[in-house]
Design a protein around this ligand. Structure first.
Ligand SMILES: Nc1ncnc2c1ncn2[C@@H]1O[C@H](COP(=O)(O)OP(=O)(O)OP(=O)(O)O)[C@@H](O)[C@H]1O
Ligand SMILES: [Mg+2]
Length: 160
């Protein structure tokens, strides 16, 4: 099961972020993977703004800190695991106390650690096609992933 969504302009990516923000609820996990510079952080920013994170708060990649906490209408945890060496170090970040619990957890470069992250949620692959256009490939994992996925599918049916 998967869905490809063209993201020709930044506006398309923002709209996907808004659609995700409508459905994401505490405990949900979104893993963002894909080509360098394809827009993982951009999409996280769109989700965060649509979930009420004020514009005074910068939404940037937590490249060195690894984790940023963002105050949305529900707590948002923004993670970048590009530099993470081992699953043991992942435990120290405390994500397992947030996933399936109080926060919406958005993880860039999380696929290497899928199992440690609980393997449940929406996996989003941000890619460039052969023309250099961006697209998102959405793949749900388990019940929480399917709930998010079905919302996006229904939303895309309605808005084209
Ligand atoms: N359709 C689009 N969707 C998203 N970003 C776009 C789009 N078109 C152009 N951009 C630009 O592409 C860049 C994407 O950068 P971003 O940091 O979000 O990528 P990333 O996937 O997080 O990178 P990294 O691989 O370093 O983590 C931004 O500068 C953004 O303005
Ligand atoms: Mg990034």
């Amino acid at each position: 099961m998967s869905l490809n969504i063209p993201l020709i302009t930044r506006r398309h990516t923002r709209r996907l972020g808004q659609a995700l923000a409508e459905v994401l609820s505490p405990g949900d996990l979104v893993v963002l993977e894909g080509d360098l510079g394809a827009g993982k952080t951009f999409l996280v920013r769109a989700i965060a703004r649509a979930m009420g994170v004020p514009t005074e708060i910068a939404v940037t990649s937590p490249t060195f800190e690894l984790v940023h906490e963002l105050p949305g209408k529900v707590p948002i945890v923004h993670v970048d695991l590009y530099r993470l060496q081992s699953p043991e170090m992942l435990i120290e970040l405390g994500l397992n106390e947030r996933i399936g619990a109080d926060a919406v957890v958005l993880v860039e470069w999380g696929e290497r650690f899928s199992l440690e992250l609980g393997d449940e949620g929406l996996w989003v692959y941000l890619l460039f096609d052969s023309n250099g256009d961006r697209l998102a490939k959405l793949v749900p994992r388990k019940a929480r992933g399917e709930r998010i996925f079905c919302h996006i599918v229904a939303r895309m049916d309605r808005t084209g």
